[in-house]
Design a protein. Structure first.
Lengths: 200, 200, 200, 200
DNA sequence: AATGAATGAGACTTCATTCAT
DNA sequence: CATGAATGAAGTCTCATTCAT
């Protein structure tokens, strides 16, 4: 009855908890959440099955921690770009920076993104976390743009749209999914389109 | 090892196979692939558990058929628009038609789309089918546009990009995910952007 | 989700369900509920672990069925004595018959009684079933006695008391627990006491 | 295999051992033996899990100590009544005193009694301890009665019987189990019956 | 071709006990 | 003596698939 999930204080324990999260991260990314079992996570982390339940309520709890870490990884680099924004705005170079960064994020995290995002439909908390991520990014970007004096009426919509385009481009780019697509040409198209989007 | 997955010839059997696929479709859409078991599918289809394995190699085989049907449903309406394309091209009204149609498709199939698409990362065949769908649509649209005399250098890229934007818009629109987004305003933005994309 | 617990219709299946109950009965009686696991029950019944969950919701559900059967076994013989009650009442021979019958019941079911009764404190449903058993017996006996014209003011109390004495005597008698007790002498004492109880 | 269950000498250690027993007592009473785990006991006692095995061989060993304490609690008050017995015997008031005392014991210890007694069937040592308790009480009472000059032939049987009736009455009385029973009326019946039992 | 009972591997989780510190 | 993290065997239950009828 409400027996305690360990909140590790000591260095060794923190390492162990992190090793479990790391193992979850890797296995979920490689095989997906449903194709990974707790025994595999424990083994991959080099711990016993039992201790997993010392640090996590259940398997899903590991998922949530993995998700949390992923969200940070995905969020931070883009936000840093906006934190260091220089005026006057040079949209074209800003876009280029963002696209590069997004591609880089995808390159490093594509598998886990897929594995986690695929749970959106069957796990509400996961879905909400992704929504929250999108929302936070959009609002942050909108606020930053407003702060530098760019404030058209439909800014939320434009930013959101731009983010989705860039993300979906980065995703395809990393996986090089379609042989009929020249991703460099596509990049040019996207930048052109986005410039037109942010130009009244 | 007498492999003997039935290819049903008689009317009753065809019905039965289709009923199973239909049941899979509905249950996967409602509960997701991993939360649906074969007994439920059989029951929902009004057949015995055993006979499911008369028509399908395994559970995944049902998935593949469901996927096939979904792909048709998603593909056909858009293709019909292009089959009936009238010259001279009126891009703006064409876009509007496509957006409406895509939203309509999403409205009717959002759940199954999510359920199936979430398997993309863990099941290669599913992933490939989605890629194929995108490819077929892109190529088809490109061919049609070329046939009516619209043939810029980077047409594949533009079409692909446009498709993704529209799909992602339709998805969000149907689920109404973000309270900070005004989906009508967004629609206006998208149309504007896409017009600029297809205008040299 | 509410997948169905089989209610077996066919002869073979009924046998199988009963074999599982029987196995539960024997193992619970021998080793106790907590020291018996589902695998053992399945093995003892000669079935697979899986099918146990085809017939029963969970392990406790087996317990409840075992309990139900035990209650019938314990209830029926005593009730039959009262169904065949002859007037005028000969209390002494009636008591003797009841005591013999109760001892007989205990001889055949002492272990399962202990195993089940020991769950009274940790499982409310089990506790209630035992209460119900006592209540039913008491009320039935009271009604029968009233029907033959024996109706003192505190009949419920007297009957209940008598039942408990007889049961506790039968229990000890069967186990021959105390070497310092002569169970024949004790029987005489009990009969004497009970006669005085039912004599105004 | 240096067996080394500590027999604590120092004051602090004795406290610690007692605190563990006390914790076991409370948790077994509240949740039952099988629903209590050693971590809970340790936590409740304010000690570490590990040290529990410094003072006790295993979980069952705690049980045995708890049982021992319970037996004392249940035994002592009744024995005191007999230690202070005054001649000439006034059976009626003696009975009344004993019944009150037994009810009081039950009121304070009903939960732990249930929890421990329920183990009778699956743990021989526990069973024997309860038998021993009954035996000690019976013999003690018999000896005391003989000492004051009451020595019928079947005294053991009568005393044992009386004890059981009173205990079972006290149990029901405390739990107020049966709505069809008036426990005051029942008390009168019992006293009447017991008087007749001890009157030749 | 059809049924649905049956199988059994394997998933998740708990907990008495041990052990490094 | 003491800690509490760690172990891993064992328990409950699920479900894709098979098989007797």
């Amino acid at each position: 009855m409400g027996e305690s999930i360990r909140t590790p204080q000591q260095k060794r324990s923190i390492d162990k908890k992190n090793r479990i999260i790391e193992a979850g991260y890797e296995l979920f990314a490689r095989d997906g959440y449903f194709n990974t079992n707790t025994a595999q996570i424990a083994k991959h982390a080099g711990v016993s099955t039992g201790i997993v339940y010392g640090y996590f309520r259940d398997k899903r709890d590991i998922l949530l921690e993995v998700l949390s870490i992923y969200v940070d990884k995905a969020f931070t680099p883009i936000m840093e770009i906006f934190d260091n924004l220089k005026t006057p705005l040079d949209f074209e170079s800003l876009l280029s920076t963002i696209i590069d960064s997004t591609i880089e994020i995808h390159r490093n995290n594509a598998s886990i993104h897929e594995a986690l995002h695929s749970l959106t439909s069957s796990d509400e908390a996961v879905g909400n976390k992704f929504l929250e991520l999108e929302k936070d990014m959009t609002i942050n970007i909108v606020d930053t743009l407003k702060a530098v004096g760019y404030a058209p009426d439909d800014l939320y919509e434009r930013v959101h749209l731009a983010m989705e385009m860039i993300q979906s481009y980065a995703h395809e780019c990393v996986y090089d999914l379609h042989d009929y697509i020249d991703y460099d040409k596509m990049r040019t198209s996207i930048i052109k389109v986005l410039l037109s989007l942010f130009t009244d």
